[in-house]
Design a protein around this ligand. Structure first.
Ligand code: 2P0
Length: 317
């Protein structure tokens, strides 16, 4: 029986992706830049079976995205039915990028178990078809995802050991997000009066973010990342019906990060499609940053992570 297990880390975008150029091929409208969260991980086991089954965090699910992805892969490579079992050491569907780590681990496990002989770029293509941000989670460190004609180019900009940053993730809700990313970003593209400005400014932000990472220029990266986050949430707010992912604790954490930075700590915030706040800082400040965030009402806990490496194979048969 063919089987394999792999894990991957989620990633958080510093220059964000929100909106597709091609829905069918799942190609983003703009480039994005992310870092990998090494202490969060999704582990996925796949094996040959007689009828395809998907089990996420011990619960059997009927997930359209995973089913569609699996059907495409099985057709393309003439594969048997596959059982997928996946679990994460962090909450799914809450803006912590579980679909990124999930599809990255799934792609690596499947391509290994069934000896698909895919290059890293081809693995990124398959992961991207499941969830565009998943292409970034096959790499470690700082990673870019750039749209091309019928595909995307994925590149590592800095290795995980090249810049000693950490992330304090303030968990500000125990609920799943109200609108999933795929539906939300399609609605933003179709209804927001600011969508054209979003894509235009994101292309500029990507260039600035890329050189900030290459030069390890923290203040420059802080400025670009916070602006990209606020612009994306402004786009979400201007979508019809409105996408409001923040809650009161989100705003308290933003204010706290701004105050810490004014007090001389190198820290900035970023927030994805959910209410949690990720505070990116120099590693020697991460204990102080997480202690400060933990004090607020509505913050359920703070998870600290260093920058992580690429997706890895755990075992194969
Ligand atoms: C990002 N997000 O760049 C942005 C910021 C969330 C907010 O990519 O439709 O799960 O599967 O390609 O990749 C989340 O969207 O969406 C995401 P699909 P995906 O990280």
């Amino acid at each position: 029986m063919r089987a394999a297990t792999a894990y991957a880390h989620p990633n958080i975008a510093l220059v964000k992706y929100w909106g597709k150029r091609n829905d069918e091929l799942n190609i983003p409208a703009t480039p994005s830049l992310a870092l990998t969260l090494g202490d969060l991980r999704t582990t996925t086991h796949v094996e040959e079976t007689t009828s395809s089954v998907v089990v996420l965090d011990d619960e059997r699910v009927d997930d359209n995205k995973i089913n569609g992805w699996l059907a495409q892969l099985r057709r393309q490579f003439d594969l048997p039915h596959i059982r997928i079992e996946s679990s994460s050491n962090f909450p799914a569907n809450s803006g912590l990028a579980s679909s990124a780590s999930g599809f990255a681990a799934l792609t690596l496990a499947t391509s290994t178990a069934f000896e698909l002989d895919l290059s890293l770029q081809e693995q990124c293509d398959w992961a991207r078809r499941g969830s565009a941000s998943a292409a970034r989670s096959l790499h470690g460190g700082f990673v870019t995802l750039e749209p091309r004609e019928n595909t995307c180019r994925v590149s590592q900009i800095l290795h995980e050991n090249e810049w000693d940053l950490s992330v304090a993730v303030a968990i500000t809700s125990d609920r799943s997000k109200s609108t999933g990313s795929t539906i939300g970003m399609t609605a933003s593209r179709d209804t927001s009066p600011f969508y054209e400005a979003w894509t235009r400014t994101t292309i500029d932000a990507f260039g600035l973010g890329l050189s900030a990472v290459q030069n390890k220029d923290f203040p420059a990266l802080a400025q670009v990342a916070e602006a990209s986050c606020r612009h994306m949430h402004a786009l979400m707010l201007s979508t019809e019906p409105s996408l409001i992912y923040w809650n009161a604790a989100t705003l308290h954490c933003i204010e706290a990060v701004e105050r810490m930075r004014a007090g001389g700590i190198n820290v900035f915030y970023t927030i994805d499609a959910g209410s949690h706040v990720k505070a990116v800082c120099e590693s020697d400040a991460v204990n102080e940053v997480s202690d400060r965030l933990r004090q607020f009402e509505g913050v359920h806990g703070v998870v600290v992570s260093s920058i992580g490496g690429p997706a890895q194979l755990v075992s194969e048969r």
